[in-house]
Design a protein around this ligand. Structure first.
Ligand SMILES: C[S@@+](CC[C@H](N)C(=O)[O-])C[C@H]1O[C@@H](n2cnc3c(N)ncnc32)[C@H](O)[C@@H]1O
Length: 294
């Protein structure tokens, strides 16, 4: 099947206006991606299965897992716009207590296609399994690659609050002027916000959703309104939600019908203004502050 680009029919959607329908299909990504046009995706962001035996994945020998990933990566490269970005979000595969860093294992595959790594973003979160024979894992990574050196990147929409917002130069030619950017600080490659556990507002029946905020930062910095965003392992549609929230076109597929149904429920809730997401930039709960600092 061939999927048409809804960009042609979709008006640019500023925040707060009608939200367009995404293309979301229950099928394997090899079939779904084959129906999309080469060079049509400005941003591809995904969190593939980590081969750790979650309910939606069969655990395979590492070589087979990497070979399957190589096939999907090759298709994603075909679909990527010349100014586009590809963000692969993974954790660690653990085999009998031995940690295998999946982003490092997959890196040569992206390089083989000539992609360039712009950041290895470390996403730090506070909760997870407690390990007794090694340190407890509290981060995953997002490897951000671009197709070329001329790529879309906007810092302003993802700036973070300055430490000293009103600070001014006290001498020299700029005395009295603000010393920092009034729009905020440049964000770093270490991001901290909670993972989606049971008490998270975005929690669904999916065992490992990523937070919408993670994708919002990528969408806002790496695309323009109306651009197309794809998730080839979309789960319950967190990428789709982030893209639609900011007026981008969204495409995704998953092989589990219940996840695709939940993704549609979330899209409908977003369209009717009742979807709850953790706001981008909300400070992390701090037990030492009143009300956790919120
Ligand atoms: C880590 S989860 C992604 C969760 C997603 N980021 C979210 O926030 O909901 C990986 C997903 O890949 C799906 N999946 C596994 N093999 C697939 C395939 N060949 N094609 C499409 N989806 C697949 C699984 O069903 C699972 O939902």
């Amino acid at each position: 099947m061939t999927y048409s680009n809804p960009q042609a029919t979709m008006p640019l959607v500023p925040e707060g206006r009608a939200i367009a329908d995404p293309v979301m299909v229950c099928e394997s990504n090899d079939a779904f991606l084959a129906g999309l046009s080469s060079g049509s995706m400005k941003l591809i962001v995904t969190s593939p299965p980590y081969n750790i035996g979650k309910e939606y994945e069969a655990r395979s020998p590492l070589e087979i897992y990497l070979a399957e990933q190589a096939t999907v990566i090759a298709e994603c490269v075909r679909l990527l716009d010349p100014r586009g970005s590809l963000c692969w979000q993974v954790g660690n595969y653990v085999d009998k207590g031995e940690v295998v860093p999946l982003d490092a294992m997959l890196y040569p595959e992206f390089k083989r296609h000539g992609l360039k790594l712009r950041n290895r973003i470390v996403w730090h979160f506070g909760h997870g399994l407690h390990c007794s024979r090694r340190l407890s894992g509290r981060y995953e990574t997002i490897n951000w690659f671009t197709r070329g050196d001329d790529y879309t990147f906007h810092l302003d929409p993802i700036r973070v609050p300055s430490k000293y917002p009103g600070k001014r130069h006290f001498k020299g030619p700029n005395a009295g002027k603000l010393s920092g950017n009034p729009k905020g600080k440049n964000p770093t490659d270490v991001w901290e916000f909670p993972n989606v556990k049971n008490n998270h507002v975005e929690k669904t029946d999916h065992p490992c959703q990523f937070p919408v905020e993670l994708v919002e930062r990528l969408v806002l910095s790496m695309t323009d309104p109306g651009d197309a965003v794809l998730d080839p392992y979309m789960g319950v549609g967190s990428t789709i939600i982030a893209a639609l929230m900011h007026g981008r076109c969204a495409y995704g597929c998953d092989i589990v019908p219940e996840y695709v149904e939940t993704a549609w429920d979330r899209v409908r809730a977003l369209q009717s203004g009742v979807l709850r997401t953790r706001p981008m930039g909300k400070p992390v709960y701090d037990p030492t502050k009143p009300n956790g600092g919120h």
